[in-house]
Design a protein. Structure first.
Length: 296
């Protein structure tokens, strides 16, 4: 307490009564934007959307001009076609760079605050454990969606604009594929973000967090492969968490091809429950660790 009335300057700001997690969110984003490594990884993640952008431009220009010299070639090559599967492949192929980016931005979300004793500052202010956790999780999730769902929406708008017969009502035809892209992006990003933040809340440093997450993923996929080979049943590959996420993407986009097992032999609902319970476990770990930090 001050001894004299003019010892401390009075508080001139305004308390946030709602959306206090926004402060945590902005602080995380500010730290990323200052990092050269983040900028490089983000630019690498934009290479595929740029290639898809050029693919859409070339495909629409060739298909709408019968005299175009590349029209016969584009018609004969299946993977050059612009359809719903393009957006599935976009999100699916973004998974490795998204994982790297999420590991970089998420590995230090909690453990760095513990190491730098920032919890004492955060929780001494009118910020509760749920404000802190929501801000951290939303920052990591938004980073992943910026390389999956956001590029998909931009490519849909590009496809709409470059078609000569486009009308305003034609925009509504993109709503189903937009919903599928959002669902697949969330299935890919949310479990990854929860797992990384949960690991960050357990382990003391960013390096140990990254090594632990990668080791668990490799061990999980290796175990699935060993069981699949030993039991001579490809359905055991669904134990692999990355394979489960890819499979859910196929179910969302109604893609029948699968290199691991026949989609008819695997229940999509069981696969969803597997992803859901793993995500729920990671969320409970985050809540337990952050609440323990708030109580001191």
């Amino acid at each position: 307490m001050p001894v004299y009335s003019f010892t401390y300057r009075p508080f001139e700001g305004k308390y946030l009564r709602h959306f206090r997690w926004w402060v945590i969110f902005l602080e995380e984003v500010r730290l990323w934007n200052r990092s050269r490594i983040f900028q490089i990884l983000f630019l690498l993640g934009m290479l595929q959307p740029l290639a898809r952008f050029l693919q859409i431009l070339s495909y629409n220009s060739a298909m709408q001009d019968p005299n175009h010299p590349l029209a016969p070639l584009i018609r004969s090559v299946t993977w050059l076609k612009v359809n719903d599967e393009l957006y599935y492949n976009l999100i699916r192929l973004q998974a490795p760079i998204v994982l790297l980016l999420l590991l970089y931005v998420g590995a230090g979300t909690v453990c760095s605050d513990r190491k730098n004793r920032l919890w004492d500052i955060y929780f001494s202010k009118p910020i509760h454990w749920y404000n802190y956790l929501v801000g951290k999780l939303l920052s990591v999730i938004s980073c992943g969606l910026s390389l999956t769902f956001v590029p998909a929406v931009i490519l849909m708008f590009t496809d709409y604009v470059t078609k000569k017969s486009s009308t305003w009502t034609g925009l509504f035809s993109y709503l189903p594929v937009m919903g599928e892209s959002l669902m697949f992006s969330l299935v890919l990003v949310i479990p990854s973000a929860l797992a990384i933040v949960a690991a960050s809340s357990i382990f003391p440093t960013e390096n140990i967090t990254v090594i632990s997450v990668i080791t668990i993923l490799i061990a999980n996929t290796t175990l699935a492969g060993l069981l699949s080979n030993f039991m001579r049943d490809g359905n055991y590959m669904q134990i692999s968490f990355p394979v489960a996420i890819y499979f859910m993407g196929q179910k969302i986009f109604n893609v029948d091809r699968n290199i691991f097992f026949r989609t008819a032999d695997v229940s999509g609902f069981n696969m969803f429950l597997y992803i859901f319970f793993v995500s729920l476990l990671c969320l409970l770990i985050c809540i337990f660790q952050v609440r323990k930090a708030e109580r001191g």
